[in-house]
Design a protein around this ligand. Structure first.
Ligand code: PRX
Length: 630
């Protein structure tokens, strides 16, 4: 690919980058993968350890319920920890952590393995068994990594709820997953303040019945309420004999669930995306290895939150599967000053930085000097995820942060895909704003309403035409919704919910969501979640939420509210409603604006036409209004 003349503005990789890279010829790899797709994945799977071999690499007999590595026996944690502990990687650092308040911790593979085993034994003592659900609600601290691994080690299904979510979001997820245990931190540091996670959890627990035990990790140390018989301190149990050093590994079937992760969908409640031990492990391992070109001496930093899929795949599982050293930072990028990130890159000699466009735009605002006063020469690769990156931010990242030496891996993927799907590798020529092409072997396309491929540079629906190992297996407890939502529109094609274009070089340009999902600062929120939080306030009769472009956040939430009779619109009430949404869903969901209205545009069947609101707000033509009732 490196020698071909491509259309538009292209950044070709330097010879130095290609020479160093694990994969030097993308086309060759793609050809190999397409010639024998199962064989391609099988040879990658063989790099990992299994307790028993598979019968088949891909089983398509019950489409769209695809199975990978059927009947193989495995545990992802064995490959994340135990495998390395048996080698010279035993004393290599697995995790380096810096707290927002400047605290520092580091864990070797040996130490991470030790604490994970102890943690797993604590969970066992609480009665957690294979298949049970455990909810984890914490900030970015090392214990969140161990909590996830401890669950997986004993075959429990973890459900991590992002620490930025609040009462109702947590309650809903606890209830839907029917979790037996909740692992929570007392608090988290964010922008110099303490987010009182345990207090939020207590309120959520009042509304949720299934939780028998709450394990509390001390981070911030303020007073918290401990309910006798239900709540226990993690640090106390870790010092008791039950936290035994050795914990047997649960032998899992390749298709056994590893975790569920809630994400926002087109309608109604968030849905629990289910991932498994075998296929997910292979997909995440391979994509990180090839795309971020992991070398044993690297220090890799994915600046996402473990509570989102990016953190699951590329903070926790991917780096550990690759035996990498990964860095985790607790707090805000600008605390106490806008050079915090750059300072840490210099301090720890980070080689790879993977973040989101919103963070780049946010840091760009403070000017170059905050960056250039630091020595960032350790950086070799940069990455972007979560939303389209605008060329201006791309170029700033490339020039000011990467000093034109570091290719940017713009990775398109989803909670549902589990792994990178459209992504470059260091040897691939880049076009700012495009994630380039699908990962080798994977076939994706842009299609029209009828499911036919559109012409180059025409907009259409982004679809995936081949199964992939880390793919969503189902929506937990809702096979029907899984089938309808992802596979219902076109036979044999997975619908991503995004619109995109493909250019004359076969490069994909993702435009954005075409459903009722809003990406705010790269976080995925559903209009339904925001609307139901608004309607849960006693003053609100009806509400509608839309996303409008925002310079830093990508999109911001704007809402329209119809008040119940007897309530009068005021600035104070609008503020109260914003706070209410923040309290119920989380600070990221707080609407940018609240407009009080007397009616909302609806179809005759009563569905709110958000596209009409959006067009009006943007001063655009609302298009076809034939289904509009009022
Ligand atoms: O719209 C796409 C956008 O994020 C959506 C998936 O969100 P989520 O499940 O929260 O996962 C985010 C992290 C993987 C996609 O449907 N998206 C993600 N990455 C990109 C992107 N849009 C454009 N470019 C990307 N690199």
């Amino acid at each position: 690919m490196a020698d071909i003349k491509l259309h538009g503005e292209v950044f070709y990789p330097s010879k130095k980058v290609v020479q160093y890279a694990n994969i030097k010829d993308w086309d060759e790899l793609d050809k190999k993968a397409k010639e024998d797709y199962p064989g391609f994945w099988e040879s990658i799977a063989a790099e990992l350890d299994w307790f028993g071999k598979w019968d088949k690499v891909i089983d398509e007999s019950q489409k769209p319920f695809y199975k990978w590595f059927t009947n193989a026996k495995v545990n992802i944690v064995y490959n994340c920890l135990d495998r390395h502990v048996k080698t010279s990687r035993r004393n290599k650092l697995a995790l380096i952590w810096e707290g927002e308040n400047g605290e520092f911790k580091a864990y070797s593979y040996y130490a991470l393995h030790r604490d994970t085993c102890k943690f797993a034994n604590i969970l066992k003592s609480m009665g957690v068994k294979k298949g049970d659900r455990v909810t984890i609600y914490m900030g970015r601290v090392p214990e969140i990594v161990m909590a996830m691994l401890a669950c997986a080690r004993i075959g429990a299904i973890h459900s991590v709820v992002y620490g930025g979510f609040s009462v109702e979001a947590l309650h809903e997820r606890l209830e839907d997953s029917h979790s037996k245990v909740l692992i929570v931190a007392d608090g988290a540091y964010q922008r110099g303040k303490i987010v009182k996670l345990k207090d939020i959890a207590d309120e959520a627990l009042e509304r949720a019945a299934s939780v028998e035990h709450v394990l509390v990790v001390k981070r911030t140390g303020q007073d918290v309420k401990m309910e006798v018989g239900r709540d226990m301190w993690y640090h106390e149990l870790m010092n008791m004999p039950i936290a035994n050093r050795s914990c047997e590994m649960e032998e899992m079937d390749s298709e056994d669930p590893l975790f569920i992760l809630y994400t926002s969908g087109t309608t109604g409640k968030p849905k629990a995306i289910l991932h498994t031990h075998g296929g997910y492990m292979v997909g995440v391992y391979a994509t990180l290895k090839y795309v971020f070109d992991i070398h044993d001496e690297d220090r890799y930093w994915c600046a996402a939150d473990p509570g989102w899929i990016t953190g699951h795949s590329y903070i926790v599982y991917g780096p550990l599967l690759n035996g990498a050293t990964s860095f985790l930072y607790e707090g805000a990028p600008t605390h106490p000053y806008p050079n915090r990130w750059w300072q840490m890159i210099e301090r720890y000699g980070i080689n790879i930085l993977y973040t989101a466009p919103t963070a780049i735009r946010g840091l760009m605002r403070f000017g170059d000097a905050w960056v250039t006063r630091h020595d960032l020469s350790s950086l070799r690769l940069l990455g972007s995820v979560g939303e389209p990156i605008n060329p201006e931010a791309w170029k700033w990242y490339y020039t000011v942060v990467g000093k034109e030496n570091c290719p940017i891996m713009d990775t398109w993927w989803q909670t549902e895909t589990g792994m990178f799907m459209i992504t470059p590798m260091p040897c691939v020529p880049l076009k700012p704003g495009s994630g380039t092409k699908p990962f080798p072997g994977i076939v994706m396309d842009v299609v029209n309403e009828e499911g036919e491929s559109v012409k180059p540079n025409e907009e259409g629906y982004l679809v995936i035409k081949t199964p992939w190992p880390a793919m969503i297996r189902t929506i937990y407890k809702d096979d029907k919704r899984y089938e309808e939502q992802y596979w219902g529109k076109y036979a044999g094609m997975y619908l991503t919910g995004d619109s995109a274009k493909k250019d004359e070089d076969g490069y994909f340009w993702v435009i954005g969501r075409v459903d009722d999902v809003i990406k705010v600062s790269g976080y995925r929120l559903g209009t339904a979640e925001i609307e139901s939080a608004l309607v849960s306030h006693s003053a609100v009769a009806e509400a509608a939420a839309i996303g409008l472009p925002h310079e830093v956040k990508g999109n911001a939430i704007h809402t329209y509210v119809i008040l119940k009779s007897g309530f009068v619109k005021s600035h104070e009430l609008a503020e109260e409603l914003r706070r209410h949404v923040g309290h119920e869903v989380g600070p990221i969901a707080k609407p940018e604006s609240i407009e009080f209205v007397d009616s909302l545009p609806k179809t005759r069947s009563g569905k709110i036409m958000r596209r009409v609101l959006k067009a009006k707000a943007l001063g655009q033509d609302p298009g076809n209004l034939s289904t509009l009732e009022n």
